[in-house]
Design a protein around this ligand. Sequence first.
Ligand SMILES: Nc1ncnc2c1ncn2[C@@H]1O[C@H](COP(=O)(O)OP(=O)(O)O)[C@@H](O)[C@H]1O
Ligand SMILES: [Mg+2]
Length: 302
Amino acid sequence: MRELLRVERLSKVFSVGFFSRREVRALTEISFHVGQGEILALVGESGSGKSTTGKIILRLEKPTSGSLLFEGRDPFKMGREYTRMVSAVFQDPRASLNPRLKVSQIVEEPLLVHGETHRRERVVLALKRAGLGEEFLERKPESLSGGQRQRVAIARALVIEPKLIVADEPTSSLDMSYRAGILELFLKLKEEGISTLLITHDLRAVERVADRTGVLYRGKLLEIGPTKSLLETPLHPYTQYLISTMPVRHPSQRRELPEELPEESPSYACPFYSRCSKRLKECEEEVKEVKVDGRIVSCNLY
Ligand SMILES: Nc1ncnc2c1ncn2[C@@H]1O[C@H](COP(=O)(O)OP(=O)(O)O)[C@@H](O)[C@H]1O
Ligand SMILES: [Mg+2]
């Protein structure tokens, strides 16, 4: 698979507070790639750095250190052409779609920005690819269901023919009944060769659509590899913990839930150190990154 995007030792530190400045390490040296026509999921609990990663790839935030390469080029040295190749879908279409505009105008906007022609045909085609017919052109977002609104947001992302879509929690604001349809749509786009970086905390969504999955915890990438093996035989103790909390399909599958883990201290080399039941003394000072079973895992157990 051809590599589309490479993220190399990416770090982001936010400086917060007005009178006493404090540093928040949102990301610490994370590295991964997205292949062409691939769906890569990034999972992790709230605050783990998922959105920050997506924002840097979308150039909405600048990295503190590390690099980004899109088809071998630095996005921060590219002009507007980058926004043709990478587009975004956010969590809440109610917030991301302008309520005053009609669907046709919303989807047309990126074409206007890039000075494109044949706009009507292209808007109709984008809507169709997102699963909506021409009857939606004149509608306003408020008259649509949550699922339809998210399809409009996806049509807007598609209309400029991007190579990569960064989708940040695209199903989290939707009712259960709409979620599967939106996920299916990313699978369909994959068949058309479009890559997706799927940011989510929903492991069921990941299981359904992602080719590979990366697990973020407190700004560090603890494990990344093919979704199937990662979910079936998680290597990192944190991935194991995360999967053990996954909702089961049937009560007969219910396992003992792990005990609530103690509070953590951030100063150890491994961010999971104080919660980890398998920790070793050396995990305080250093964590090795190893390749096991087609995966990269940052853990001294391997
Ligand atoms: N603009 C910002 N200013 C300061 N801190 C931020 C900012 N954006 C994110 N953070 C912090 O960075 C960390 C990661 O946040 P985020 O990437 O939004 O996580 P996630 O999407 O996984 O919930 C959190 O501690 C968050 O509070
Ligand atoms: Mg987020």
